[in-house]
Write a protein of this length. Structure first.
Length: 124
């Protein structure tokens, strides 16, 4: 192992152990006396007029998961954009362009599948 990596490994290990120790100490030393007042939802000083725990429609979760999925896939375009000049200089830009088109095609097929399954419809 290279000598320059050892301090980094030690620092990461120390940070992980210190973080775990602080979380454990906080849990160990914190008071654990729940009461109905402590367990109730706080609404900015206004008394609650109904239960704060209401069911949320599953459509919100589906849209959130699809958003995260397609947003993470967009992150894969960033290395391509950064290395495009190098691809052109090496003469492999056509092959990389075909790969990116295939990647976008797979994303588009996934979008069409979600659209066909009704993932974007808000009906009850």
């Amino acid at each position: 192992m290279e000598q320059t990596v050892i301090p980094l490994i030690i620092q990461v290990m120390f940070a992980a152990v210190a973080s775990a120790a602080f979380i454990f100490l906080g849990w160990l030393l914190s008071p654990k006396r729940p009461s109905p007042v402590k367990m109730s939802a706080y609404e900015c000083g206004v008394r609650m007029f109904h239960d704060a725990r209401v069911p949320v429609k599953i459509t919100f979760y589906v849209i959130a998961v699809l958003f995260i999925l397609f947003e993470v896939e967009i992150l894969f375009f960033f290395p391509f954009a950064c290395a495009l000049k190098d691809f052109v200089r090496r003469g492999i830009s056509a092959a990389v362009l075909i790969e990116i088109i295939l990647f976008v095609g797979v994303l588009f097929i996934g979008y069409l599948y979600a659209l066909a399954k009704g993932a974007f419809s808000w009906k009850e």
